[in-house]
Design a protein around this ligand. Sequence first.
Ligand code: NAP
Length: 251
Amino acid sequence: MSQRRTAIVTGGGSGIGRATAHRLASGGITVAILDVNGEAAENVAKEITHQGDEAIAFGSVDVSDRAQVNAAVEQVHNTLGPVLVLVNNAGVTEFDRFLNISDDLWDRVMAVNLNGTFYCTQAVLPDMIAAKWGRIVNISSSSTYSGQPFMTHYVAAKSAVVGLTKALALEFGPKGVTVNTIPPGFVDTPMLRRAEKSGFLGGSVDEHAQRTPVRRSGRPEDIANACAFLVSDEAGYITGQIFGVNGGRNT
Ligand code: NAP
């Protein structure tokens, strides 16, 4: 396929999403950046266009709000054409002891990490089915391999994203759509630095890096590069997979 494809990257205003938006755009994909922080999304779109690649931010979009997701995806479709690539990256976490987790906090962590993935995926699939080609990458978490104390709400939500990925892959493989998940492990982003400050990380980022087999923490670009491969034509026989990018922390 020679014409430019359009991708949506959620949470593209920071960290892994920002790096993924850059990486996909530098590979010739037009990137729509959806982020609850509209200003951050706008800044990333500007960085990309200044480099001569194509990206547009679509204001502030909260992926946990189905109406906002549907309106944004319709706007992307009308502006940039069919959406054939989706990276469900937007996520939130907070550390807390299980017995302290309120219903509101539980619901918010589920709403962004799980429901957001559900809403965005439902909104873009019609374009992919019509094109008989699509690529979806769901960013889950390495905590789904091992569990993580004080993150029960988050691990439950991200584990559900892994299950969603596998079931979607079976249902939409026959339609030309692949669905995979990348569970990142210990990637140096604003989210990880907030976790470090919270004191619940079990050591500093530097200490964790020294315990990691490759002796460094992850870079957002590590996840972005894996994402770029999974959304390529070359990855068409890969679906329903958990594609770990974690420096060997989980094997
Ligand atoms: P980050 O730096 O905090 O970036 C996340 C971006 O998503 C932020 O711009 C954030 O906006 C946005 N966002 C939050 N809630 C949203 C919503 N409801 N709708 C739309 N956008 C929203 O985090 P990151 O480390 O890059 O994480 C990216 C993904 O990787 C997340 O799903 C995270 O759970 C996952 N992950 C990260 C690590 C790691 O080591 N960093 C490990 C495992 C999994 P605000 O800043 O305004 O909230």
